[in-house]
Write a new protein. Sequence first.
Lengths: 120, 107
Amino acid sequence: EVQLVESGGGLVQPGGSLRLSCAASGFTFSNYWMNWVRQAPGKGLEWVANIKQDGSEKYYVDSVKGRFTISRDNAKNSLYLQMNSLRAEDTAVYYCARSDYQVLPHCDYWGQGALVTVSS
Amino acid sequence: DIQMTQSPSSLSASVGDRVTITCRASQSINIYSNWYQQKPGKAPKLLIYAASILQSGVPSRFSGSGSGTDFTLTISNLQPEDFATYYCQQSYSTPFRFGQGTNLEIK
């Protein structure tokens, strides 16, 4: 059974940093692109970033470029999101999601989400 | 960036109804569109990918169509468990933006 479990969320002050982790199991992690998607309270979904199977390609939404870094450790079956210079508008539930590219890209499995709250 | 404009933003319907949600891309995305369902407090669930391919395990009352810039999600014979929020997404080029969502409510 495919499982994605996020951790590392919490309360952080504006300007602070936080690192989210996503532990993957039930599939060959190194075979898949992975994504982070976030959802601010009461708002819609926002795609944040993705990373290629070997980590050689990474893409970000403009609003987080230069502040967030996506990475992965295939030996540990883990995905990460390092978030620096956090702002109030980064407050959201952050989901990790697996991308299946066999037909066209789509997120077929999602974690339960980790809440990040940026507030003083 | 490619924007996805979804309509309507909310919709009221009854059990047994047929409803259609539309999504328009700001430029042609071929068939690189996906649809997700989300219930309160839960992660999104993939329904349709590549515009019209039903994800494994999703009931056949869900269907998707379209290509280029215009896409639709149709739900036939609405069931009580279908009342949720629905999102389209383009996966043609990053950032893989979502539409703003459609909240499907019970009439």
